[in-house]
Design a protein around this ligand. Structure first.
Ligand code: GLN
Length: 548
């Protein structure tokens, strides 16, 4: 089958949920029985977001192949329940780096390198690589930012060309816009949307569908107005009011018959193989009254909650699965250092210490790990959260008071966490960590082994530092279980406290593989234990229909 392309652009303002829309649409098209993949084109000049501050960019989402990508890829994978690869996130930086390296190599010898055709051809090649590497029949491709941004012009020009190259029946353009609300007159205005469509037209793209986002009710009259002014079929103007939960979005799109419309445009027949049962189950679950479980997330970038989006979603998945409501408090680890925010930690049924980099706020995280150990509060440590658990244990149980990670104190007398040997001579920051999927073997009888139900797992990583094996003995003697190791036995992947209901931490990031109807085993067992200890009624649920 000729690959079909759905292109999504954004209008009026950014951050209106274009990524979630693309993800939800991917889910919907998959439920019609098509193999889908989703790609994000990011107009910024960084090669990838791996070097950006979490405050600038939010979470860096890591794929199986180790690509450090935009957090929207997390939405794509979670919603459509797919595994993507590095070609699914393209940046201007990657495109130019490739074109310039080819120029230096002499590939264009004699030619003048220009945006059109050299840059646009490279973008095109990368868009087409998605189907080649994933086998997708329908590729959804989202352009980051908003139409009118200088940086996105080469991307839009490429999308324009692709319709001429591939034909109308193989391409579909969706413009996701924001309807502006005027409080004084209590009305929604379509004018900015009209202007944004005009701007899109000026680069040669006429949208086939408009998804009109708003926090207010979008009436049929308003949709008719948008259809008339923007020259789009009324059945292709989709009102999309802000949903209570992200996971309601696929159902709203389904109700608006968006999938059918696109499939018809492509001249395809729905195969209806997978259906949306999983999502209907999920949506019912979300809107039920449920007992609350209080979780404290002790982070260092909590001013921007998007920095922990996969962690939050993974907690949410586990809670939905167990029939409890996630009551999440965001605790700034630097506050804990100044004796603030402890009330939230003390009242929590469970504590999560997620990933992070650099010294700031580390002592607060270590203090949170100590609190969880001493008070036997369920604890889940993710990457850095495993490292702080080790430092804390070394300081207060092994009696090596000045223990630390060499990341935070290069001269520490007890480097219980230290740089991995293969990291020692690396000077470049970008794309040089231990990244992506690596195997781990779980010890018989451990909490993690029971949670996963299998001996061998593969999880996604993003770190430079590791547990220092020179300290294995005192840790083991004092009650730390090295529950997960790399198959060669060299690298510590999962640790557990023996004398504790659930103090488990991993060097990898389990949050990246959690799915809404298939929560990650570590998150599920963490929440289950938190509920059990606190007699919060959970479990006894009908098993959710699987996604596939
Ligand atoms: N900074 C730590 C390391 O590089 C932890 C990384 C993380 O939490 N992702 O090993």
């Amino acid at each position: 089958m000729q690959t079909k392309y759905v292109f999504l652009t954004g209008g009026v303002v950014s951050s209106v949920g274009k990524g979630v829309t693309a993800a939800a649409l991917g889910r919907l098209l998959k439920s019609h029985g098509f193999k889908v993949a989703i790609q994000k084109l990011d107009p910024y000049i960084n090669v990838d977001p791996g070097t950006m501050s979490p405050y600038q960019h939010g979470e860096v989402f890591v794929l199986d192949d180790g690509a450090e990508t935009d957090l929207d890829l997390g939405h794509y994978e979670r919603f459509a329940d797919i595994r993507l690869n590095k070609v699914c996130n393209v940046t201007t930086g990657q495109v130019y780096a490739e074109v310039i390296s080819r120029e230096r190599h002499g590939d264009y010898l004699g030619g003048t390198i220009q945006t059109i055709p050299h840059v646009t051809n490279e973008i095109k090649r990368r868009i087409q690589q998605v189907a080649q590497t994933t086998g997708a029949e329908i590729v959804l491709c989202e352009v980051g930012g908003t139409v009118g941004d200088i940086e996105s012009e080469p991307f839009l020009e490429t999308l324009r060309q692709l319709r001429s190259n591939l034909g109308r029946e193989n391409t579909f353009y969706i413009h996701v816009t924001w309807l502006v609300y005027l409080a004084a007159t209590k009305e929604l205005k379509t004018k900015p949307t009209q202007h944004s469509v005009r701007q899109l037209r000026s680069v040669g793209i006429s949208p086939d569908m408009i998804i009109a986002r708003s926090d207010h009710e979008v009436t049929h009259d308003l949709c008719e107005k948008i259809a008339a002014f923007c020259d789009v079929d009324i059945n292709a103007v989709v009102p999309m009011e802000t949903a209570d939960s992200l996971y309601d979005v696929p159902i709203k799109l389904e109700e608006a018959k968006v999938g059918e419309y696109i499939i018809q445009h492509f001249g395809l027949e729905s195969r209806q193989s997978a259906g949306m049962e999983g999502w209907h189950w999920l949506s019912k679950q979300i809107h039920k009254e449920k007992p609350k479980v209080k979780i404290a997330l002790v982070g260092k970038y909590i001013e921007l909650q998007d920095a922990y989006i996969s962690v939050r979603e993974a907690l949410e998945h586990a809670c939905l699965h167990l029939g409890v409501e996630l009551d999440l408090s965001w605790v700034h680890s630097a506050d804990l250092e100044r004796s603030r925010g402890w009330g939230l930690v003390q009242s929590a049924h469970g504590i999560v210490v997620p990933g992070g980099f650099g010294q700031r706020g580390i002592e607060g995280k270590i203090a949170a790990s100590r609190y969880a150990r001493e008070h036997k509060v369920p604890y889940l440590g993710l990457c850095l959260g495993m490292q702080t658990m080790c430092i804390e244990f070394a300081r207060h149980i092994n009696d090596t008071e000045d223990a630390n990670s060499t990341e935070f104190d290069p001269n520490t007398a007890h480097p219980v966490i230290s740089l991995m040997p293969d990291q020692q001579h690396i000077t470049d920051k970008g794309g040089t960590m231990r990244l992506g999927l690596y195997p781990c073997e779980l010890q018989e009888g451990s909490i993690s082994r029971r949670a996963y139900g299998v001996e061998r797992i593969d999880e996604r990583h993003r770190h430079r530092f590791e547990f220092n094996n020179a300290y294995r003995k005192p840790f083991e003697e004092n009650g730390m279980r090295f529950a997960g190791m790399s198959p060669d036995g060299r690298l510590v992947e999962v640790i557990e406290l023996v004398d504790h209901p659930f103090m488990v931490a991993s060097q990898f990031h389990p949050e990246f593989l959690s799915r809404p109807t298939r929560p990650h085993p570590l998150f599920r067992e963490f929440i289950r234990t938190a509920c059990e200890i606190n007699q919060i009624c959970c479990g006894n649920l009908e098993v959710p229909p699987d996604f596939d």
